[in-house]
Design a protein around this ligand. Structure first.
Ligand SMILES: [Ca+2]
Ligand SMILES: [Ca+2]
Length: 153
């Protein structure tokens, strides 16, 4: 499962660097929402392809996405199911071509707000861990959770 693979990559980064791969717009004391689009930059960090001369987070250039499949191109410009490398841009898309959403435990308290309202109603507001990864699933709508993919049980 791609989402679980992204979560594993983030955990491996955390275990190597003792910090999470945070995007520059993070707010101190809060968790951070980001995604796997090229614009967000998270996948660039995890792929070990940050350009030299920039303030790299993955200073050892480790490719944490090595075990992830490359995306397939189902139509010109439309990629599905894996890592997309286009020039200097790196992103990761689900089986339907959408970026994954990622919520990072940027305040390092071990708790992350569960984005799924039904699970919040049943189990309470938090999940425990360093990151959550989910995608909108086949219908492309994030708020229809029944068909969303997610990295937690
Ligand atoms: Ca937290
Ligand atoms: Ca959905």
């Amino acid at each position: 499962m791609l989402g679980a693979g992204i979560a594993r990559a983030i955990h491996q980064f955390y275990s190597d660097y003792s910090r999470l791969p945070l995007m520059t717009d993070f707010v101190i004391g809060e968790d951070q929402d980001t995604d796997t689009s090229a614009a967000a930059g998270l996948i660039l960090v995890l792929s070990g392809r940050e350009p030299p001369g920039t303030a790299r987070q993955n200073t050892r250039n480790i490719n944490y996405l090595e075990s992830m499949p490359a995306a397939s191109r189902s139509a010109p410009g439309h990629w599905t199911g894996g890592v997309v490398v286009e020039g200097g841009d790196v992103s990761l898309v689900d089986s339907w071509g959408h970026a994954f959403r990622v919520r990072l435990d940027a305040n390092y308290n071990g708790e992350i707000d569960n984005p799924c309202p039904e699970e919040v109603r049943n189990n309470g507001p938090f999940l425990y861990g360093r990151c959550l990864v989910w995608s909108a699933g086949k219908d492309g709508w994030e708020w229809t959770w029944r068909n969303n993919t997610k990295s937690w049980p």
